[in-house]
Structure formats: C-alpha cells, structure tokens
Design a protein around this ligand. Structure first.
Ligand SMILES: [Zn+2]
Length: 175
C-alpha cells in the first residue's frame, strides 16, 4: 500500500500523496521494529526493547525530515519564469498578435497559463477567437506541462495594461 501510494503520488505529481505514502511506510517499519523488539524481549534478550526503540526513533526523524522537506519545496513551488517568457514569445509569434502578456500559476497539480493578446481593435470577435486558438495551440506545443490555457483578447495597444494585475511584470511602465 505504501509503495502503491508512492508510485501513484509521484506519477500524478502530488506531494501530499507522496508524504502519505512515506507515512504508511513509516508505520509499517515502526510496527515491524516494535514487533522485533518485543520478540527479542520475550526471548529473554533485555537489549531488544531499547534497540528497537532507538531504531524506530532514527526512522521517525529521517522520514519526518524527508516529508517536511518535500512538502516545503512544493509549497514554495513558484512557476519557473521561463514558462512566462516561453508563453509570451509563442503568443507573439502568431500573426495578428500585436503584443502578449502571460501569467502562470499552479492550482494543485495543474499548471494554468493565462494569455492576454492585443489584437487589431477593428477585428471581428470570431477572428480574435481564431487567433486565440492558434495562440493556445502554439503554447501547448511549447509548454506541454500546461494543463489549462486561457486566452483573452484585448483591443489594440491603447488598453495595454491588463485587467488582472501581473505578478511578474516583464515590461517597463513606458512599454
Ligand atoms: Zn506588455
């Protein structure tokens, strides 16, 4: 069971499940250690109890450290800045996109990328949508790890500043 959770946890990229798997493994080892200690004591070996206790303490400290380190790394898992620049340059390479901004964030196991693309203000909405589909296709090719891609078209350069605040501004205020 511990092994299964670990494999599945790693496959679906879940730090929680991996932590849980390590916990199951810890439980199994602790039980085995305690059992071995009790058997030694029952067999008349007085060293069985402290030895088993010490072994369990070492295992708890080691696994506790590993689980904590993994979860902390995951909680601080900021999006790689190259994701933003890759998405913006892929969007900018699509004809009709005058300018593009991208934002990315993790929600659980899903990397979500939002792209704002500035297009010709005279463009019909269906053409802006078609450009948006080309943009999301282009980004999906460059960033296969992105589980969700959202396109929003903006009219021209006049409305350059995004409705949603950017967390990682790429531009100076004059651009
Ligand atoms: Zn910009």
């Amino acid at each position: 069971m511990a092994r299964y959770k670990l494999v599945v946890g790693k496959r679906i990229n879940s730090a929680t499940l991996v932590a849980d798997a390590r916990h199951s493994w810890l439980d199994a080892l602790s039980s085995a250690g305690a059992l071995a200690g009790l058997i030694a004591v029952a067999a008349g070996q007085p060293w069985g109890d402290p030895v088993a206790g010490l072994a369990i303490t070492v295992v708890i400290c080691h696994v506790g450290y590993q689980v904590t380190a993994d979860v902390m790394r995951r909680l601080g898992d900021a999006v790689d800045p190259s994701v933003i620049t890759t998405a913006e340059s892929a969007a900018g390479s699509v004809p009709g996109v005058l300018h593009a901004h991208a934002r990315a964030r993790w929600t659980g196991r899903t990397l979500r990328v939002e792209i704002e693309g500035w297009v010709d203000p005279g463009l019909p909405a269906r053409d802006a949508d078609a450009i948006g589909r080309q943009v999301t296709d282009a980004i999906a090719q460059q960033l296969p790890q992105a589980g969700s891609l959202t396109w929003a078209s903006r009219a021209g350069r006049a409305d350059h500043y995004p409705a949603i605040p950017r967390t990682q501004p790429r531009h100076g205020p004059s651009e």
